[in-house]
Design a protein around this ligand. Structure first.
Ligand SMILES: [Zn+2]
Ligand SMILES: [Zn+2]
Length: 193
C-alpha cells in the first residue's frame, strides 16, 4: 500500500485488510452469508437483508452489505470504520456524480481522507469527485422496482414507505451541506492536520 499524507485513524487500524494491505471498509459485503440475499416479506415493503460476517469468507470489494449499510445510515456510523460519528463532527461523503443519491454511508472526515488516498478505486475517481460535508442529514429509502421488459430501476422513497419495490439501501439527504472538489478538500484536510 502506498503512503498517504494522512495517518491511518485508530478505528481504521482495526479493520481487516486486502492482501495488498488496504483496509476493507466496514460496510463492505462478505461472501460468508448463509442466505446471501434474504428477502423479508415485511410491511410496508419487502426488505433485503444480509447476514454476512465481517472477516469470514471473501470481501466483495465495492459491494455494500445492505444490513450494515442501513445500520450505518440510521445510526450515524462511519461507513469506513463502522464507529459513530459524533454529532459535533461533520459527516463526509465522496461523490463522482453531481446530484446522485448518496448510497454510501457518510464517514468521519479523517476516515474519508485516509480512504481517498489509500483506496485505489477512490484514487482513480479523485479527479472528477466532490466531497459533501454536513452536520445533519435526513434519511430516505431506495427501492428496486421491476419495470416492464424486466428492467430494474432504482427509485427514491420516503422512510417507511408503502411504495412498491424492494428496499435495499438507505440514502442520506444532507442539510446545509458544503461541496468541495475532492483534491481541494484533501488539501484542506492536510492543512488542518
Ligand atoms: Zn452482509
Ligand atoms: Zn470512521
Amino acid at each position: 500500500m502506498s503512503q498517504t499524507p494522512f495517518p491511518m485513524p485508530e478505528t481504521v487500524r482495526a479493520l481487516h485488510r486486502t492482501p495488498e494491505g488496504v483496509p476493507i471498509p466496514w460496510n463492505t459485503e462478505w461472501d460468508s452469508s448463509e442466505n446471501r440475499r434474504i428477502v423479508q416479506r415485511l410491511t410496508p415493503a419487502p426488505r433485503l437483508d444480509c447476514d454476512c460476517i465481517i472477516g469470514r469468507g471473501e470481501p466483495r470489494m465495492g459491494g455494500q452489505c445492505p444490513s450494515r449499510q442501513r445500520m450505518a445510515v440510521t445510526g450515524r456510523l462511519c461507513g469506513v470504520c463502522g464507529t459513530p460519528v459524533d454529532a459535533r463532527t461533520s459527516v463526509a461523503w465522496i461523490s463522482a456524480t453531481p446530484g446522485a443519491s448518496l448510497v454510501e454511508p457518510g464517514a468521519h472526515p479523517a476516515c474519508l481522507a485516509y480512504a481517498m488516498c489509500a483506496c485505489p478505486h477512490l484514487q482513480h475517481l479523485l479527479h472528477r469527485s466532490r466531497v459533501i460535508e454536513c452536520q445533519e442529514y435526513a434519511v430516505a429509502e431506495s427501492h428496486i422496482v421491476l419495470r416492464e421488459g424486466a428492467a430494474l430501476e432504482r427509485v427514491p422513497a420516503p422512510l417507511d414507505s408503502t411504495r412498491p419495490g424492494l428496499l435495499d439501501f438507505y440514502v442520506s439527504l444532507p442539510h446545509e451541506s458544503r461541496t468541495t472538489y475532492a483534491r481541494r478538500w484533501l488539501d484542506e484536510q492536510t492543512a488542518r492536520n
